[in-house]
Design a protein around this ligand. Structure first.
Ligand code: DX5
Ligand code: ZN
Length: 220
């Protein structure tokens, strides 16, 4: 199984964002995770399509846009134009989930659905056949630097079972509190794509952290 490390620029130094994304890509990032918060769906306010467009030329890997905004549909084409490759959204933020997935795909991007710690997986019942990615939140969305909620592991295993049963290639991403010391357990539960913000940008040597994460992922 291909495993991917997706540094979240939420914990980067925004005054030096171009350098930060260059550095993390050079350090071996597989994706750039881009957290969009609106001070409405979540109690924080971050970055939008302008910033996505600004970093696009600096980034040679896919940009993984995590929308924590409500309503969600109107902003999707803007992110597609700004160079997003993957766009994920929360089912609670959309009145018509199937329509939102269609909008993302019609914009030329891959589509992901995000599950908060208390969001039930039944939202996958009629969507998994169209999704490219499922994102399990292992913290409540809104802030970097929170602790991993252990209940996410059972949820990841259940999603892995559903993806296997579907026979489709769907990425299973986990976001929140991922560190060198818990990434192996998260991978064992079935995740293949690991978002890490403070664990990478909080450190001096991005390459060393990403290598340490990959070391934990390597089969024993
Ligand atoms: C939280 C964001 C995360 C956040 C993760 O709402 O979606 O992507 O940046 O940060 P860490 O890895 O520090 O928990
Ligand atoms: Zn995120």
């Amino acid at each position: 199984m291909i495993q991917r490390i997706a540094p979240s620029i939420l914990s980067a130094d925004f005054a030096r964002l171009g350098e930060e994304v260059n550095a993390v890509v050079a350090a071996g990032a597989d994706l750039i995770h881009f957290d969009v918060m609106d001070n409405h769906y979540v109690p924080n306010l971050t970055i939008g399509p302008l910033v996505c467009e600004a970093i696009r030329p600096h980034v040679q890997v896919p940009i993984d846009v995590h929308l924590m905004v409500k309503p969600v549909d109107r902003i999707i084409p803007d992110f597609a134009r700004a160079g997003a490759d993957i766009i994920s959204f929360h089912p609670e933020a959309s009145e018509h989930i199937d329509r939102t997935i269609g909008l993302i795909k019609d914009s030329g991007c891959r589509a992901g659905l995000v599950f908060n710690p208390a969001t039930p997986l039944h939202y996958l019942d009629h969507t998994l056949d169209k999704l490219d990615l499922v994102l399990i939140m292992s913290v409540n969305p809104g802030f970097g630097g929170q602790s991993f909620i252990p209940g996410a592991l059972a949820k990841i295993s259940e999603v892995r079972r559903r993806i296997a049963a579907s026979g489709r290639e769907v990425w299973l991403e986990v976001d929140g509190g991922v560190k060198v010391d818990n990434i192996a357990a998260i991978a064992s539960a079935g995740a293949d794509t690991f978002v890490a913000g403070s664990a990478i940008f909080g450190q001096k040597d991005y390459k060393a952290v990403i290598a340490a994460m990959r070391g934990k992922l390597a089969p024993a």
